[in-house]
Ligand binder design. Structure first.
Ligand code: IDP
Ligand code: MG
Length: 169
């Protein structure tokens, strides 16, 4: 019975976040903030046509970062990654739009900047995998988990985007 209620809840919760309402978690990492890339990165998502629904400057705790990168906990670079990510402010954002998870990953480029094409954020603005300036969720499920980790529900705004009918048919 509890499983049924939970799966129904998951179904309705998720159904609110599909189609043009799909959401992804994007974070400008401490190197991106130090290197003054905040405006440029936000500009790219805005000009693309995605909608900003959450934004804050955060000094992330090691505890939050360990949860965020839990899947990588056994990797040799894990502790260095947590130290790097907690070394300065991070710009945490939630962007919304059709296929935003997949599209944002393409806008970011590959994990290793050396494999990232020019025109992508990592392809244009960084060199090394351990300083790759930006995070983006890798699936709709990860996006949901990461958004609830970094944001309270009341920090996400629903607002009417006046350019919407010029972006969607
Ligand atoms: P992603 O950020 O493209 O999703 P993941 O494999 O999820 O890549 O790795 C998370 C982050 O961990 C990367 O963005 C990068 O900052 C860091 N990372 C991944 N691989 C390495 C590595 O080999 N050395 C150092 N840092 C790494
Ligand atoms: Mg990842």
């Amino acid at each position: 019975m509890i499983a049924l209620v939970l799966s129904l809840f998951a179904f309705f919760f998720q159904s609110g976040w599909t189609g043009v309402n799909e959401r992804t978690f994007i974070a400008i990492k401490p190197d991106g903030v130090q290197r003054k890339l905040v405006g440029e990165i936000i500009r790219r998502f805005e000009k693309k046509g995605f909608k900003l629904v959450g934004l804050k400057l955060v000094k992330a705790s090691e505890d939050l970062l360990k949860q965020h990168y839990w899947d990588l906990r056994s990797r040799p670079f894990f502790s260095g990654l947590v130290t790097y990510m907690s070394s300065g402010p991070v710009v945490a954002m939630v962007w919304e739009g059709l296929e935003v998870v997949k599209t944002a990953r393409r806008m970011l480029g590959e994990t290793n900047p050396a494999d990232s094409l020019p025109g992508t954020i990592r392809g244009d603005f960084c060199v090394e995998v351990g300083r790759n300036v930006i995070h983006g969720s890798d699936s709709v499920e990860s996006a949901q988990r990461e958004i609830s980790l970094w944001f309270h529900q009341n920090e996400l705004l629903s607002w009417e985007d006046n350019s919407r009918r010029w972006i969607y048919e």
